[in-house]
Write a protein that binds this ligand. Sequence first.
Ligand code: SIN
Length: 274
Amino acid sequence: MTMTMTNLHDHVGAEVAGVNLSHPVDDTSFADIEQAFYEKSVLVFRGQDLSPDAHIGFSRRFGPLEVHILHQYQLDGHPEVLVLSNKTDAEGKAIGLVDAGRYWHTDVSFTETPSMGSFLYAVEIPPKGGDTLFASQFAAYDALPKEWKSRLGGLKALHGLNKTTAPKFTDAQLALVKGVAHPLIRTHPKTGRRALYGGVFVDKILDVSDTESDDILSFLRKHWAREDFVYRHRWQVGDLVMWDNRSILHHATPFDGQYIRHMHRTTVEGEKPV
Ligand code: SIN
């Protein structure tokens, strides 16, 4: 099988075909996949049949995996796999996170070293809805007017978590999450490209007045997910989609709850944004 890559959008995403992720990928193909991942920010592999071990094995080649703080939604026997699902168990209890990420965000940006990459595998999907949107933050940075590039350069934002952004967290889990400051513009460690680094977890811009913080955030909230930066992924069973949280904001969309949407997610550890 020959591996091919097809762009999905002007700014973001490529579909990789001719790769069977249920077996270890050879080193040459892996190097091409890795390079494309850092450049395109989102890679889509269709028609995969991934066991949790194969999913973990492929993700782990990009770095150590994280174990999500919500222990109740880890896949049995595979704590590295977080279940996103509206299925319930025999007692009617949710077996996964039901409505994860229905806002523009980059994964766990409220931590010192937010996730590098996320790998989401579609086990069961509804006939419509439940798409995931991906906004290129390379493109968002590039499109900033010159005066905004210099206004934002050097500024940091405070990222936090609260009952609105994390309704499933207990008070004890929320108390573990202290706010953290990250640069508003970060440099991708592999490509050297600059990307906006924001999203819903940003509470305020630091070291400016409250009025200026509000002014900057109201501009950025309209800018960072501009339609022309966004690729919409329409899921099929067997899709593995991986995204680079350092250059992407993503947003899950709703679906009719009479249908099942059942996904497995792994995440690779990241570094401190600079
Ligand atoms: C997420 O990881 O934010 C969830 C994405 C999705 O379920 O589409």
